[in-house]
Write a protein of this length. Structure first.
Ligand code: ADP
Length: 251
């Protein structure tokens, strides 16, 4: 059987002692797979992604990257994080640096790569997301959607084995959502392994190999997009989908 890139066994997480935000999550994702997590606000989706990246400490459970557990890893945690890239709702570009310098920062500093080599790759990736001409601009000169595409390029430059996308279009105006989602769809076609949290149901349906529905700290359903959207199994999933007027995504 194929070795999953990422595996999670019985993950529990609380912020306040005795109240678990993640109750008992087990999950795995294979190379090249795109998994989308959906669920009501506050059900623990973002916490789950942050636990995977060890931005949050977990209470118990096992996290494995390529079969090697890393839930207790301290010394090499930055190496683990390089392999598990993450893009957030807020793009967090440095305002006083050009787009190119923002992109060169981490690969040069963290991975000790030669700037010139990274620059060539950064230009190629900027071109791919339609932003090559913005390389010498400052973040304030870009729209939210453009900044988010830069943030995706920044994550890709680290050559992650898996990308975690946490509601990356949630802060964008509707007309910019599509241009960012288009980049993610293209990435999926190139075989990038991705775990995506989104409220964009139509996008979820088109990009996902598998949908995970979370509620109250549990994975309640796990299915193909078609099955999940057309035949949700639980009342909770049905209610959730109804709240999105999901007729729009029923093909
Ligand atoms: P989702 O991404 O599904 O909206 P979150 O993972 O952001 O859910 O939040 C899950 C629950 O954990 C919520 O009740 C939220 O208020 C709580 N929570 C999230 N982050 C923290 C934190 N840093 N400290 C305390 N509680 C938190």
């Amino acid at each position: 059987m194929e070795q999953p890139i990422l595996e999670v066994e019985h993950l529990k997480k609380s912020y306040v002692s005795g109240t678990y935000v993640l109750e008992d999550i087990s999950f795995s994702i294979n190379k090249g797979e795109v998994v989308v997590i959906v669920g009501p606000s506050g059900c623990g989706k973002s916490t789950f992604l942050r636990c995977l990246n060890r931005l949050e400490e977990i209470d118990s459970g096992v996290l494995k990257l390529n079969g090697v557990s890393y839930e207790k890893e301290k010394k090499n945690i930055s190496k683990v994080r390089e392999k598990i890239g993450m893009v957030f709702q807020s793009y967090d570009l440095f305002p006083n640096m050009t787009i190119m310098n923002n992109l060169l920062l981490a690969p040069a500093k963290v991975q000790k790569k030669k700037k010139e080599e990274v620059r060539v790759e950064a230009e190629r990736l900027l071109d791919r997301v339609g932003l090559l001409e913005k390389k010498d601009n400052y973040p304030r000169q870009l729209s939210g959607g453009q900044k988010q595409r830069v943030a995706i390029v920044r994550a890709l430059l680290m050559h992650p084995e898996i990308l975690l996308l946490d509601e990356i279009t949630a802060a964008l105006d509707p007309e910019m959502v599509r241009e960012v989602l288009q980049v993610v769809l293209e990435l999926a076609k190139t075989g990038m392994t991705m775990l995506i949290v989104t409220h964009e149901m139509e996008f979820a349906r088109s990009v996902a190999d598998r949908i995970i529905f979370m509620d109250k700290g549990y994975i309640v359903e796990e299915n193909s997009p078609q099955e999940f959207f057309d035949h949700p199994q639980t009342d909770r999933a049905k209610q959730f989908l109804d709240s999105f007027h999901y007729e729009a995504v029923r093909k």
